[in-house]
Design a protein around this ligand. Sequence first.
Ligand SMILES: *Cc1c(COP(=O)(O)O)cnc(C)c1O
Length: 404
Amino acid sequence: MPQAPDPSTALDAELAADLAEREARGLYRRRRIVQPRPGARARVGGREYVNFSSNDYLGLACDPRLADGLREGLTEHGAGSGAAHLITGHSALHHELEQALAAFTGRPRALLFSTGYMANIGIAQALVGRKDAVLEDRLNHASLLDGALASRAKLIRYQHADADDLDRRLAAFREKQPDARGLVMSDSVFSMDGDIAPLAELATRCRAQGACLMVDEAHGLGVCGPQGRGAVTAAGLGPDEVPILMGTLGKAFGSFGAFVAGSETLIEHLIQHARSYVYTTATPAPLAASALRALAISREEDWRRDKLAELIQAFRAAAEAHRLPLMASDTPIQPLMLGEADRAVALSRALEAQGYLVQAIRPPTVPDGTARLRITLTAAHSLDDVRGLVTALAENMDHEMDTR
Ligand SMILES: *Cc1c(COP(=O)(O)O)cnc(C)c1O
C-alpha cells in the first residue's frame, strides 16, 4: 500500500501552490506594522508617511479626548468585559452609548455589536431565512454579502445604484414568493467607490413592494449631513423609509465597534436572535467611553466636515487639472481607477517611496479589471498634503506613460 502523505505537508503544498498563483497574478496581500501618528501621519519601518489610506475621516483616532475617554473607562470598568452582553458583559457605558446613538440617528433604540462585520451578519441572519430573499447592490461591502449567505435566504444582486433594476428583481421575486420577506441591503456611501446610493429611490421602491430597507452607514456617519448624522438623514429619510440603520464606530468616529438603530421591536428581536450578538463577548466598556466622546465631537465640530469638503474640492480640482482618472465621488473616498492590479500596485509603491501611503485595491475586493488606488481624505490632512499627493500622482503617471 502506498504510504499516505503527511496530511499537514499535503495541505501546505496545496496552499503554497495557491499562494504562488496569487502572487503571480499580482493579488498577494501583505501586512505591515504601522504606528498611527497625529496629523494623518503613520510611521512604518522607521519612516513617517502621510497616510491617505485610513477611514479616520474626522481625524479622531489620535484625538487626546478619545484617549481620555478610554483611560477613564478603564479606571472604572477594567480592560475586559468578561462575558457576552446577555450574561454580565453589558455595562452602564455600553448602555449610555446605545442611548446616545439612538438619539443621534433619530431612532427609538440602538444595539451595539462588536464590529460592523458582525452586525451585518447578525441582521440578515436574524431577519430572513430559506424562503426569503436578500437583495443587494453589486458593489456592497463583503460583510453584507456574507450576511446574506449566512441567512440562507436567496441572494439577489442588483446593478450598482440602480433602483429600477432593484424594482424589477423585487417584482420577480414577489411573483414567485408573495408571502416571503424581502430584505434590501445597501451601503450608503460605497466603501471602494465613494459614491452614494440613491437612498430615496431605494426607499420608495421598497415601500411600494413591501420590502424592508437596511442601510449600512459605515462611511456615511460622521461624514455626511449636519453634525455627521449620515447620508440617510442628509437625504431627508427617517425610520419609516429606512427602518434598519447600521453604523460603525471604527471609521469616522475613530474608535471601534458598530451598532444597529431601529424600532424597539427590531432591537428586541435582534437581542433574541442575532447570533453574532448573542454568542460573543461584549467589547471592552472603555471603547464605549471613547465612542461617546467621538459622538459629542461629531455633533459639536462641524468644522471638521467643512475642512473635509474643502480638501475634497481641492483634491478634485488639482486631479482634474492633471487629468487623473477620478471617479464620481463627493465623499472623502476618492479612488483613481487604474484597471490592472499590477498597475495599481506599482503606483502605490512609487507613492510610498515619496512618503505617501495610498492603498492599491484589487480583486476580489473590487470587480476584475477595476483595480484602483483608494485615496481617503481626512480632516487631519492639510491642503499642502493634498497638493503634494496630487503632484506626486501626476509625476508618477506621466513617468508611467513614458515608460510604456
Ligand atoms: C468597514 C465596513 C464594515 C465593517 O465594519 P467593521 O466595524 O470594520 O467590522 C461594514 N460595512 C461597510 C460598508 C464597511 O466599509
